[in-house]
Design a protein around this ligand. Structure first.
Ligand SMILES: [Zn+2]
Length: 326
């Protein structure tokens, strides 16, 4: 049985259990944290660790045993924080490599060659996180998170996608792409990733659940990828409502797509992006227990069988990690 590296070490894939495929324990700017800690932390750090651990414990009590944390470079990774939280909660936490930017690249990347892609600094960063570990934490990332948003597939964005594909081809680690589904760029992203060596069955087209366009969603899954219904609870204006998302997932399960669907919230348990509590005030359902408490019962009410829920929450997420080389 293959294993996946978690914060606490390797875990056999058949022991991951119910998994949320896209969450964030903490997003805090490393430079901000280093130079302006009193501004970065709105509460003493220890209190934040306790709060995040308590939030995760509630998730654990619903029977969720694994979380894929999609926080990438530039997104505010703090591996010591994640380890401290994991010491308090009995869960498998898998962490990510990748880079969170829609277009901008810093000079120390943009002034260096992107060709050949295997030697691109971005590729080397991603491979290093996966094969050596994130910084000196001793924790190996097992997934690559990148992002294409409103700016579209710009030259910088294409470079990032190519590097992710190359790193995935070298390591077998899956890729999660943050997308803006209204722009329907999923197929173009899949084309680039595939051209540069990624296996599309190990690619999650993230935030796909923001749309209810069934033909678009079927196309992503027919090409082999997982569609991320990974923003349950975050019902932003202009995106699908809870009811619409439940209807879409139920319809696709009825058509046999359960093994190409991943469920999650994209919840952020602590961030320096906004004052504490501000996001929850705006989106009261954006909590990491929403799937267990509301979404799963809603899917059952629409006739989705327990076996299909198990497929979406257990076997489909585990299969993302079955090609990682050691
Ligand atoms: Zn995210």
């Amino acid at each position: 049985m293959s294993t996946v590296d978690t914060v606490r070490g390797p875990v056999p894939l058949d022991q991951l259990g119910p998994t949320l495929i896209h969450e964030h324990l903490i997003m805090i700017s490393a430079e901000f944290e280093k130079f302006y800690p009193e501004l970065a932390w709105s509460l003493p750090r220890e209190e934040v660790v306790d709060k995040v651990a308590a939030a995760l414990q509630e998730v654990r009590e619903r029977g969720i045993t694994t979380i894929l944390d999609c926080t990438a470079f530039f997104h505010g990774r703090d591996m010591e924080f994640v380890k401290e939280v994991n010491d308090r909660v009995d869960m498998n936490i898998i962490v990510s490599s990748g880079i969170y930017t829609f277009d901008f690249l810093p000079y120390n990347v943009s002034h260096r060659p992107s060709d050949p892609v295997e030697k691109d600094m971005l590729t080397r960063m991603f491979v290093r996180d996966i094969t050596v570990g994130v910084g000196d934490s001793g924790v190996k990332a097992q997934s690559i998170k990148v992002a294409t948003d409103l700016a579209g597939i710009t030259p910088n964005n294409e470079r990032i996608l190519r590097a992710a594909a190359s790193a995935s081809a070298q390591t077998g680690a899956p890729i999660t792409v943050h997308t803006h589904p209204a722009d329907q760029l999923g197929p173009s992203i899949q084309k680039i990733l595939s051209e540069y060596g990624a296996d599309l069955t190990k690619v999650v087209i993230g935030h796909s659940g923001d749309t209810s366009d069934l033909d678009y969603l079927r196309g992503l899954m027919d090409a082999g990828s997982m569609a991320g219904f990974d923003r349950f609870g975050l019902y932003m204006p202009g995106t699908a409502t809870l009811e619409e998302r439940l209807d879409t997932v139920a319809t696709l399960c009825g058509e046999g797509y359960a093994d190409r669907i991943g469920l999650s919230h994209d919840a952020v348990l602590y961030s320096d992006w906004s004052p504490p509590g501000a996001a929850l005030k705006r989106f009261p359902t954006w909590v990491p227990t929403h799937i267990s408490d509301v979404v799963v019962p809603g899917l059952r009410a629409r006739g989705v069988a327990d076996a299909q829920i198990d497929t979406m929450m257990v076997s489909a997420p585990a299969s993302l990690f079955d090609s990682i080389r050691r």
